[in-house]
Design a protein around this ligand. Structure first.
Ligand code: PAF
Length: 285
C-alpha cells in the first residue's frame, strides 16, 4: 500500500512527472471529481497496468455544471478518497483549488462538435465544453503518457478521444469497463443521492438496457427495443426517461429504426429516479 503524494499546484505535479520521466518511467493519469468508489479504483488499477506511475486528479469542475445542477451538493471528502487511493497504490493525487485550475480572467472553452452533440450534449448543453476544457488542461498540466476513463461515461470517453486526437495531444486514451453492484447497477458517485426505495428500483435500468441490447443483438428492430426499455423504466418508477438510444459505437451516430445489420452498436440510457439522474450504456452483442 503506497500513500499518494498530495500536490495542489501544477508546478509541483510537473516536478514529480519530470523526475519520473527522467528515469524512463511511463506516467498514467486518472481524472476524477472525487467521491471515489470501486469503479474509480478499478480505473487506478487499470492505469497501473499501463504505466509505472499513476496520478489521480480530484477536481469538481464548475465548468461542466449548469447553474441549476448539483455542483454545490456534489459529494466531497478528500480524506476518505486519499485512503482509497492508497489502497489502490496511486502514486500522486493532484487536488488543485479552483483558482489553480481557472485563474482570474480564464476565457477559453474547448468545443468538440459532432460526437458531443446528441444524448448528454442535448440534455446538458454546457457539459462537454466544460469536460473537454478541464480534461485538455489536465493532459497538458500532467504531460501523462496515458489517461484512463470509465466506459460508464461512454460519450465522455468518445468526446475525450476526439478532443485529444484533434488537438494532437500526445496521450493514449484507455477506456475501463463499468464496475457494477451485484444487482447490475453501475457504480456512480451520484448513487449516494438515492433513497433506499429508489436504490431498489434503480436495478430496473441495467435490466431494461440488457434486455434491449439482447433483442437488438438477436436481430430485433431498434425502435421496438428502445420503446420496450422506456416502458420498462416507466413501469419501474422512473419519473422521466431522457433517452434510450442505440447508436454507432465510435461516432455515436443514430442507428435504426430497423435491425442493426452488422453495425457496431452501443445502447445508451439516461433516466430520472426522483431527483437523481442515472446514466448507463453497454455494447450490443
Ligand atoms: O467523469 C468525471 O468524473 C469528470 O467528467 C472528469 C472526466 C473528471 C472531468 O471533470
Amino acid at each position: 500500500m503506497t500513500r499518494p503524494i498530495i500536490v495542489r499546484t501544477i508546478a509541483e505535479m510537473r516536478q514529480h512527472v519530470r523526475a519520473w520521466k527522467a528515469s524512463g518511467e511511463r506516467v498514467a493519469l486518472v481524472p476524477t471529481m472525487g467521491a471515489l468508489h470501486e469503479g474509480h479504483l478499478s480505473l487506478i488499477r487499470l492505469a497501473r497496468s499501463h504505466a509505472d506511475r499513476v496520478i489521480a486528479s480530484i477536481f469538481v469542475n464548475p465548468k461542466q455544471f449548469a447553474p441549476h445542477e448539483d455542483f454545490d451538493a456534489y459529494p466531497r471528502g478528500e480524506a476518505a478518497d486519499v485512503e482509497k487511493l492508497a489502497s489502490a497504490d496511486c502514486d500522486l493525487l493532484f487536488a488543485p483549488a479552483g483558482p489553480e485550475m481557472y485563474a482570474p480572467g480564464f476565457s477559453t472553452l474547448i468545443s468538440v462538435s459532432g460526437v458531443s452533440e446528441p444524448l448528454e450534449g442535448a440534455a446538458r448543453p454546457q457539459f462537454f465544453g466544460g469536460v473537454a476544457t478541464v480534461v485538455a488542461k489536465l493532459f497538458i498540466q500532467s504531460q501523462a503518457d496515458v489517461a484512463v476513463f470509465g466506459e460508464k461515461d461512454y460519450q465522455q470517453l468518445q468526446v475525450v478521444r476526439r478532443m485529444a486526437r484533434d488537438l494532437d495531444i500526445p496521450i493514449e486514451i484507455v477506456g475501463g469497463p463499468t464496475a457494477r453492484a451485484e444487482d447490475g447497477l453501475a457504480l456512480s458517485s451520484r448513487n449516494a443521492y438515492l433513497s433506499a426505495e429508489e436504490r431498489a428500483a434503480a436495478t430496473a435500468l441495467p435490466t431494461a438496457m440488457r434486455t434491449a441490447a439482447a433483442a437488438v443483438a438477436s436481430g430485433g428492430r431498434i425502435d421496438d427495443a428502445e420503446a420496450a426499455a422506456v416502458a420498462a423504466l416507466t413501469a419501474a418508477g422512473f419519473r422521466q426517461v431522457d433517452y434510450v438510444e442505440v447508436r454507432e459505437a465510435g461516432d455515436l451516430s443514430r442507428l435504426g429504426p430497423g435491425p442493426i445489420d452488422g453495425a457496431e452498436g452501443r445502447i445508451l440510457v439516461a433516466a430520472w429516479l426522483g431527483k437523481t439522474r442515472l446514466i448507463d450504456n453497454m455494447a450490443i452483442g
